[in-house]
Design a protein around this ligand. Structure first.
Ligand SMILES: [Ca+2]
Ligand SMILES: [Ca+2]
Length: 488
């Protein structure tokens, strides 16, 4: 296992999660209702939870700590403290990000280790006594959903002449664009709906090579001119030293019709926000990822893509997802590449596993852009994985060194859906119709293309079909002219 603390499988004994997340909701195979964690505190956590919330699933931590008040916190334990920065400002206390950087966050996760010989009781007392500390949690590492170079891309023949619609030199190799019917959808979105509003999509990953010639024109810009933020190195240059984030960014928003390279799913009314939370090996801490999600939310992202994960419970990550979705941000997450049923409690996979309980979050499995079958690596589960999208069979996108490469993984499938979400968000915005992230998710899953062979793997039993999503939007919100009052 690649995760620092992940030597024990998750258990169902966590006292920290509402029973909804693992109990009644999990057992329910037919009810399509999404259950909100309500009420929610301003920091995104369900109300009434204790400040100190160590999940039960890592290193036997809980069993060591929970029984007696004088339990020692194990040496070397990595911890995450979530602070309310407005509180700290009122009390004249500095935060990491307020020291000259532009990442000032309303809530900020800081990493630390306990003092030697510190007991759980004393640490809990300190936490409770600090009015600006809202949560104290473990700080584990998550990794990008490990992609592999795609061998099928090298042998893929020509074809797909329908893609002559744009002049991007390598468009025919971007098979996810064809499979998901993105170009057919553009006629509906751009001409039919009249999409004319930029949509900000945050790629929370290993960074984005924002100077890439096929990305530069579609990058978001912060008020200080930066293209996002780097929570690994704590600077305002979120460039990519791995390549994974740049690949995901191109799937959403590579510049279309500029004569070079590939094209993104969302077309050219998209702005990519680069948020670096994974290092050059593709690994990042919960604190970095939590800060990345909160940064993107505070900075106005409309859609967040998370092609990363870890096989453990992460209340801090869950809270950050709630923080985002309750502020109107659609959160798209990759289901993971372990070819396992993640409905199984022992195989709980974060953040994918939280998408079921959080309205406006959507977990994405992978299908092959050639055969349409489930990709052999894709995690599955009809409770947790609600849609599939092409993540193998020729997913060519932007990469390090101003280049292009073909990767495969649910890491690639998620940004295909994020791009589709961006088109829907842009459509609502262009029509001045208010929307919720839950509506975006509903439009995507309701319109997905049914595939019988996928019924046992994914909740919708269907793959993303952006043309159908466009038609559903058009019929529901343009033809009906009801201003979005129809319930979903
Ligand atoms: Ca940097
Ligand atoms: Ca291009």
């Amino acid at each position: 296992m690649p995760f620092g603390f992940n030597c024990h499988a998750p258990t169902d004994q966590s006292p920290n999660l509402p029973s909804e997340s693992q109990g009644s909701a999990r057992a329910d195979d037919v009810d399509q209702t999404v259950r909100a964690l309500e009420p929610v505190e301003d920091d995104g956590a369900p109300a009434g939870e204790a400040k100190v919330r160590f999940a039960a699933d890592a290193l036997g931590f809980q069993s060591k700590l929970s029984s007696t008040s004088d339990s020692m916190v194990p040496r070397g334990t990595k911890l995450l403290a979530l602070f309310d920065n407005e509180c700290r400002a009122r009390n004249g206390r500095a935060s990491e990000s307020s020291s000259g950087s532009s990442a000032a966050l309303k809530f900020e996760a800081e990493e630390f280790s306990p003092k030697d010989n510190q007991t759980l009781a004393s640490m809990t007392a300190e936490a409770e006594a600090d009015p600006c500390l809202v949560r104290l949690d473990e700080n584990r590492r998550l990794q990008l959903v490990d992609p592999n170079f795609d061998p099928s891309a090298a042998t893929a023949g020509p074809g797909f002449s329908s893609l002559a619609v744009t002049n991007d030199a390598r468009a025919s190799e971007a098979r996810h664009v064809i499979f998901s019917k993105a170009l057919l959808a553009w006629d509906w979105f751009y001409s039919g709906v009249g999409l004319n509003s930029d949509v900000v999509v945050a790629i929370i990953d290993s960074g984005v090579l924002h100077t890439h010639p096929d990305l530069a024109q579609n990058m978001w810009m912060d008020t200080d001119g930066s293209r996002g933020y780097d929570f690994v190195n704590r600077d305002t240059n979120p460039t990519d030293d791995n390549g994974h984030g740049t690949h995901c960014a191109g799937i959403v928003g590579a510049r279309a019709d500029n004569g070079v390279g590939v094209l993104g799913i969302a077309g050219n009314r998209v702005k990519i926000m680069g948020v670096k939370v994974l290092d050059n090996t593709g690994s990042g801490t919960e604190a970095q990822i939590v800060n990345g999600i909160r940064f993107a939310t505070d900075r106005g992202a409309h859609v967040i893509n998370l092609s990363l994960g870890g096989q453990f419970q992460s209340p801090a990550l869950r809270d950050a997802m709630i923080y985002a979705t309750t502020r109107g941000v659609v959160v798209i997450v990759a289901a993971g590449n372990d070819n396992v049923l993640i409905d199984d409690a022992d195989l709980f996979y974060a953040p994918s596993g939280y998408s079921k309980e959080i309205p406006g979050a959507l977990s994405v499995g992978s299908v092959d852009a050639g055969s349409g079958a489930r990709s052999v690596f894709s995690n599955y589960g009809t409770n947790y994985v609600w849609i599939a999208a092409p993540g193998s069979g020729g997913i060519l996108s932007t990469y390090a060194g101003n280049g292009y490469t073909s990767l495969q993984g649910t890491s690639m499938a998620a940004p295909v859906v994020a791009g589709a979400a961006a088109l829907l968000v842009g459509s609502f915005r262009s029509k001045s119709i208010t929307y919720t992230p839950e509506q975006i998710v509903s439009l995507l899953t309701e319109s997905a293309r049914p595939v019988t062979a996928l019924n046992t793997f994914f909740r919708s039993g269907a793959t993303l079909d952006i043309e159908r999503a466009a038609k559903l939007f058009y019929s529901r919100y343009v033809l009906s002219g009801d201003g979005g009052t129809e319930g979903l």
